[in-house]
Design a protein around this ligand. Structure first.
Ligand SMILES: [Zn+2]
Length: 81
């Protein structure tokens, strides 16, 4: 079943709903800075909100900011840069 779907969607979808995160290339791994994200809320561009430590990436300038700009798990998997 999955194989069929994959074959049909071989063409790259350019109109993905996820906007490109401009700062993705300089973002930090949340797990690596977990101690600094304690008690910090994260806000992702897709409207995801939650503890920053549960996101995948965080803006390097926002580690001491609450809420911090983050890239959530779902968006991190979708991003292409
Ligand atoms: Zn997101």
């Amino acid at each position: 079943m999955r194989k069929n779907i994959r074959a049909k969607t071989n063409i790259r979808v350019e109109s993905a709903p996820m906007p490109k995160v401009e700062w993705a290339s300089i973002s930090l791994d949340c797990a690596a800075v977990g101690n600094m994200l304690r008690g910090v809320d994260g806000v992702c561009g897709c409207t995801w909100r939650g503890p920053a430590i549960q996101a995948q990436r965080v803006h390097p300038e926002d580690i001491t900011v609450n809420p911090a700009r983050v890239i959530c798990d779902a968006c991190d998997k979708q991003r292409t840069d």
